[in-house]
Design a protein around this ligand. Structure first.
Ligand SMILES: [Fe+2]
Length: 222
């Protein structure tokens, strides 16, 4: 079994990226470089569920972002952060990521590293927009009441984009079946989201998500 020091090491190693950065520059110079294609391919090769989940998170997040009147730049960051919020799961071993059943405390600590790993992966690309995306990816498991991770940020200190993704991520996880748990109905999932407004989730993001579901603009009640 791997100790928590190992997880810390993975996160730190991801920050040592100067050689990788040089290779990215070479790719850009010689063949053009489609960051999004490569990251998508990496996600699907690692775990097809994560890619499908991410695509659904993008769709629902987009509608919520538009209702919250995010500007064009914020919407770009939202779409990319929603796409790659779980990209760090590439760094989580199969025996934890795909484990049927409950995770041990240590395994759960391992899973928690995915938000930092993902943020570090995006930062390695040295692009200002992706740096913003990385910040939102880093905080997508923070909770409104400060009980989330990795930094225990509270309320509006959590980026709005991370707060949107947190709602949609949880909704999608609850309404799809995984090896370790069964899905629940969309209506029940929305009830749980609503009950966590002001606790786990940003009240404004929950309010808008509920309005969107009730209006039928996104099929989250059917
Ligand atoms: Fe996540």
């Amino acid at each position: 079994m791997r100790g928590s020091a190992t997880w810390q090491r993975i996160v730190i190693e991801a920050e040592d990226y100067s050689i990788f950065k040089k290779r990215v520059s070479l790719l850009e110079d010689h063949i053009g470089f489609k960051v999004e294609s490569i990251l998508h391919y990496a996600l699907s090769a690692r775990d097809s569920y994560t890619l499908e989940h991410s695509n659904r998170v993008v769709s629902f997040s987009e509608v919520i972002g538009n209702h919250l009147n995010l500007d064009k730049h914020q919407m770009d960051v939202l779409m990319l952060a929603a796409s790659f919020h779980d990209i760090g799961k590439i760094g989580i071993p199969d025996h934890i990521l795909l484990k049927p059943g409950t995770l041990s405390k240590e395994e759960y600590e391992g899973i928690k590293a995915h938000s930092s790993i993902g943020a570090n992966m995006l930062r390695t690309l040295g692009n200002p927009l992706l740096d913003e995306v990385a910040e939102c990816v880093l905080h997508h498991h923070e909770q409104w009441n400060g009980k989330g991770y990795p930094e225990g940020l509270e309320g509006e200190r959590i980026p709005i984009i991370s707060r949107i993704i947190a709602v949609v991520d949880t909704y999608d996880a609850m309404t799809t079946t995984r090896s370790y748990r069964r899905q629940i109905s969309k209506q029940d999932a929305m009830k749980i989201i609503e009950s966590e407004s002001g606790k786990q989730f940003c009240p404004n993001a929950v309010k808008v998500a509920i309005e969107i579901c009730r209006s039928g603009e996104f099929p989250c009640q059917k």
